[in-house]
Design a protein around this ligand. Structure first.
Ligand SMILES: Nc1ncnc2c1ncn2[C@@H]1O[C@H](COP(=O)(O)OP(=O)(O)OP(=O)(O)O)[C@@H](O)[C@H]1O
Length: 247
């Protein structure tokens, strides 16, 4: 595996009963880059996301992260080895403040790394504020999380995911259900995050990822249709055909 590749799927197939949702997908995701996985409805994007994030083991093939074969690893091992995900189903404790939610996530990491030591609580709050500022929620730190708007809840989920300081951040449709304004600020946030770590994004809307991705992976009917830089994908006739008439 090239040193530039952080995570790689090798001939990954995933079946559900007799149905094959992913067929023989081999992709290397470059370190420090923002790669988007796109494809029309039912293309296998969520299945691929779940394989990359450890929720579903592949039926065949393997996933290699930072040189390590992930076969047999459980979902919670993925967080320990540096893979974090932010996804549509919310992870947030609604009655806790925004700050508390991030503090809990930070505490979980500290407890894991250094379980005999109580982390200085002020230091934990400082770190939580840094993460909240990063995602644009610093001013809302003391609000109960349930009062946040949808876009703000997604931003909080990202702060929670970042608390583990992951090498890889996986995001599933981060702008789903957002207003145009929320979408723009989420895209700015994704770009800022991609400047400092490897990000893989699953997205239904091709337009949304076109301007921000370093590389694009296109799935169709569970198969890899194309992978490349924006211009290669734009010029790809098969991709055009699949997306014809779509936004
Ligand atoms: N748990 C499951 N059991 C059975 N079939 C499944 C399961 N999960 C996904 N599938 C099927 O696999 C195919 C790919 O689904 P997947 O959700 O991965 O596609 P997708 O590209 O994310 O689609 P969408 O954009 O509509 O969310 C679909 O035909 C779906 O019905």
């Amino acid at each position: 595996m090239s040193a530039d590749i952080l995570i790689q799927t090798e001939a990954v197939t995933r079946r559900f009963g007799g149905f094959t949702a992913l067929k023989n997908v081999s992709v290397g995701f470059e370190r420090g880059k923002l790669t988007s996985i796109i494809g029309p409805n039912g293309a296998g994007k969520s299945t691929y996301f779940n394989v990359l994030s450890g929720a579903f083991p592949p039926s065949e093939g393997r996933v290699v992260f930072d040189g390590q074969d992930l076969a047999g690893k459980k979902q919670h091992d993925f967080a320990h080895i540096g893979i974090a995900k932010s996804f549509q189903i919310t992870n947030i404790f609604p009655n806790f403040s925004v700050l508390e939610n991030v503090r809990i996530a930070l505490q979980a990491k500290v407890a894991r790394l250094n379980f005999w030591k109580n982390r200085d609580s002020l230091k934990l709050s400082d770190e939580a504020y840094v993460l909240l500022d990063k995602v644009g929620l610093g001013a809302l730190a003391n609000r109960p999380s349930r009062e946040l708007a949808h876009g703000q809840q997604r931003a909080l989920e990202i702060a929670i995911a970042l608390a583990a300081d992951p090498k890889l951040l996986l995001m599933d449709e981060p702008t789903a259900g957002m207003s145009p304004e929320e979408t723009r600020s989420m895209m700015d946030l994704i770009l800022a995050l991609a400047g400092e770590r490897t990000v893989i994004l699953v997205e239904h809307k091709m337009k949304m990822v076109m301007g921000i991705s370093d590389r694009i992976v296109v799935l169709h009917h569970g198969e890899l249709l194309a992978v490349g830089k924006l211009d290669d994908i734009r010029a790809n006739d098969e991709v055009k055909r699949v997306y014809l008439g779509q936004h």
